[in-house]
Ligand binder design. Structure first.
Ligand code: GGG
Length: 326
């Protein structure tokens, strides 16, 4: 059966790293039907709308979506796209690969980020010239759905349990609900958990990342803490992600549009290509996903490197080297 894939490069370096990942997918012996779609700052400039309805509808109807990067219109693009695929969790692995100059080469952890609510639920208001407010939404149902996923994730991955990062000592009602809901599901399922205050986590993960394997977080905390972990493993060019829904998924690097290097052809495609490997695994192409991961790992170890990793190779050089290894 042909896998239907929506491809949305988005803004900035998304226009460079997304085609790189598509080239890798096209080099495999799998039948894909790719549907090119547009979204982002440049679309808003042209049409007044960052996310065309056709793009949303494609993401909501195809098997999976590969997304590049969002710029200034992130809230109008990536949040609705995650909703389009029904995603309730953003899986963000942070792993230091051999050969990459990492601050903490012993980092190997996975963030499971709540993907629908918290402070990213869009309830912001400008009440006066002096005052703006934001409503933070936390439901037991979304927290429990995340926890169910986390329990499956640790069982499938052979982990002992998971950490829950929160700030329930200050945000007693919202993070308190999040923490209590997650812990209740884990207890019912017999999965071991440990709580960690998210600010303390930021320090502990830098001092000794080996203390952590799987970290379940509210939305904003997952976004920020995974970027922090990117700093431990070689930079934002290293972190892939999978937005998982019940029937479809959206796969994207953790990094944004990087306007400082956009258009130069030197963006690191590793995060997007590993995101494509996660897409393959999500669609059941486990062997191909593993082959893509191994090819990226081989190139990171002794192949060409983009400037963010200390080399002078282009996005295309790295992509070609990955494809050569497949
Ligand atoms: N490829 C991910 C991306 O474009 N990130 C930019 C961004 O602002 N993301 C916010 C989020 O991940 O919630």
């Amino acid at each position: 059966m042909t896998d239907e894939i929506t491809v949305i490069p988005g803004d900035g370096i998304g226009q460079e790293v997304t085609p790189a990942a598509v080239d890798v997918l096209e080099s495999l012996e799998i039948e894909f039907a790719f549907h090119e779609a547009d979204a982002g700052d440049h679309v808003k400039e042209e049409t007044g709308e960052a996310l065309p309805a056709e793009t949303y509808d494609l993401a909501a109807s195809t098997d999976a979506t590969l997304f590049g990067a969002a710029g200034e219109t992130a809230a109008d693009v990536i949040l609705p796209l995650r909703e389009a695929v029904g995603s309730f969790v953003n899986v963000r692995p942070a792993k230091a690969y051999p050969g990459v100059d990492a601050l903490r080469p012993d980092t190997d952890l996975v963030f499971l980020r709540e993907n629908t609510e918290g402070v990213y639920s869009g309830h912001e208001n400008r009440l006066s010239d002096d005052l703006s407010t934001l409503t933070r939404v936390v439901t037991s149902s979304a927290s429990e759905q995340l926890a169910e996923f986390a329990c499956e994730f640790v069982a499938d991955g052979g982990y002992d349990g998971f950490h829950v990062a929160h700030k329930a000592n200050v945000m007693r009602e919202t993070d308190g609900r999040f923490r209590d809901s997650v812990l209740a599901v884990a207890e019912e399922r017999g999965v071991e958990t440990e709580e960690v205050l998210m600010d303390a986590f930021a320090t502990h993960v830098c001092l000794d990342p080996t203390q952590f394997d799987v970290v379940v977080c509210p939305n904003l905390a997952g976004d920020v803490l995974s970027d922090l972990a990117a700093g431990l493993v070689g930079g934002l060019g290293m972190l892939p992600s999978a937005n998982i829904g019940p029937e479809r998924g959206l796969f994207e690097p953790v990094h944004g549009s990087a306007p400082d290097i956009a258009g130069e052809g030197i963006a690191n495609p590793a995060a997007t290509i590993i995101s494509a490997a996660m897409l393959l695994e999500y669609l059941g192409h486990d062997d191909d996903g593993q082959a893509v991961r191994s090819a990226v790992e081989g190139v990171l170890e002794d192949g060409p490197r983009t400037p963010d990793l200390g080399g002078d190779a282009s996005t295309d050089d790295v992509t070609d080297a990955v494809i050569d290894r497949l």
